[in-house]
Ligand binder design. Structure first.
Ligand code: TRP
Length: 405
């Protein structure tokens, strides 16, 4: 049987879903989950939420709202793995095992950690002031989320790409140390044609900018929020540039190609901002209204959502449990009687290929190294556009080295 591509993504449960989440994550993920060649894993990343939120009620509420949103938008929990991270006990257990093979220097370079320490330094504070070990370990937890299911593709925003590269590094390190292809190395999937919505102020719609439009506002409030989006001061009758308009960008994310073309014409013909906003409201509301009704019904029944998550966790743990057993064994967390099998690390090692490719990031390009068994660098080269290209070149370089031996 040909195995399906595994797609996995997590949603941190620390807020209320907004239109940007819907367009950028929920809608494309649900569409992808209907692809028969893919196996999808969608989970509520509540352990990640603990890193930035210490309000228990908010985490619980956010978990409910996000779960209800995905279901209301059409996610079929029987066709995908839909679960809550903290229900999968294997994830924190694997996190520890990965922590033990993760270079501290790798974590030092994580963008979120660096941003926090840079900000502290700029203010003359101790670099680690207010930084928890949770924030520091974030990439190891995320690597465990991904590696425990051997996910192939991880759809994420650009800000998360580094975390996927770290998951690759960590997985590769584990494979190398314990001499086996335990983990599939995941790839970030950045959806180029998925829109990033502008928010109320024109910057990217994001909770951190406080410029979001909540996804499930009642129609009247949704209309009011849309009326509040900033525009330029061109009057009705004056031609407007759609490519320079937040209202148009959002419209485009909801409209068909024909509707978009018609709206483009309306801008050229000088549609007033009031009218453009009304049309935007109507278009969004047409898509959301039926889902909003389902959402309201779902959030009103937390017990049903809890049941769905429990069932999802049971199916998911059926995969994670046996795999974790294999990883525990690989690392030496074994039944004592198993020592009779004499499967030592050095024995496993001798069967491994002598050369190893390592892909890493440099300023704004990718590079590779080819290491020999003693981790000497045999060849290194940079300037690749993406990790895939660097890996392909590394493999070619390995073949050349082997041929020359
Ligand atoms: N860190 C991700 C975010 O903030 C959420 C997340 C947690 C995630 N674990 C993941 C995403 C695993 C993809 C895969 O958006």
């Amino acid at each position: 049987m040909i195995s399906k591509t595994r797609i996995l993504t997590g949603i941190t449960t620390s807020g209320t879903p907004h239109l940007g989440n819907y367009v950028g994550a929920i809608r494309p993920a649900i569409a992808a989950s209907r692809d028969a060649d893919a196996e999808s894993f969608y989970f509520l990343a509540d352990y990640h939420a603990l890193i930035k939120c210490d309000d228990p009620a908010r985490i619980q509420r956010s978990t409910l709202e996000i779960a209800a949103s995905w279901l209301a938008c059409g996610l079929d929990p029987a066709k995908v793995y839909f679960y809550r991270q903290s229900d999968i006990r294997e994830i924190p257990e694997l996190t520890w095992m990965l922590t033990c093979v993760t270079a501290k220097g790798l974590l030092n370079r994580a963008h979120a950690y660096k941003a926090a320490t840079d900000a502290n330094r700029a203010q003359g504070e101790d670099a680690d002031a207010g930084v928890t070990a949770g924030l520091y370990m974030y990439p190891a937890l995320m690597a465990a989320d991904i590696l425990i299911f051997n996910a192939n593709k991880v759809p994420v925003g650009r800000d998360q790409v580094q975390h996927i590269e770290m998951a690759r590094d960590i997985g590769q390190r584990f494979n190398h140390l314990y001499g086996g292809e335990y983990f599939v190395l995941p790839e970030a999937a950045i959806e180029e044609n998925v829109a990033t919505l502008p928010g109320l102020d024109g910057r990217k719609m994001s909770k951190s900018y406080n410029n979001t439009i909540p996804l499930w506002l009642p129609a009247k409030e949704l209309r009011k929020a849309i009326l509040g989006i900033v525009t330029n001061s061109l009057a009705p009758g004056e031609a407007k540039n759609p490519d320079d308009s937040n209202i148009f960008s959002i419209y485009q994310a909801f409209a068909s190609a024909e509707e978009t073309a018609a709206m483009r014409q309306a801008y050229a013909d000088g549609i007033g901002w009031g009218d453009a906003k009304q049309k935007l409201f109507e278009r969004i509301d047409a898509e959301l209204a039926p889902m909003r009704e389902r959402y309201e019904a779902l959030v009103a029944k937390p017990a049903e959502i809890e049941d769905i998550l429990h069932a999802g966790a049971a199916r998911t743990r059926a995969l994670a449990g046996p795999f974790l057993d294999k990883l525990r064994y690989a690392a030496g967390l074994r039944d004592l009687r198993a020592s009779a099998e004499k499967e030592t690390k050095s024995a496993a090692r001798s069967e491994k290929p002598a050369l190893q490719p390592v892909v890493f990031r440099e300023a704004d390009a990718f590079a590779f190294k080819v290491l020999d068994a003693k981790r000497n660098v045999l060849k290194t080269q940079g300037g690749f556009a993406d990790a895939k290209a660097a890996m392909a070149a590394a493999r070619a370089a390995m073949e050349a080295v082997e041929a020359a031996q």
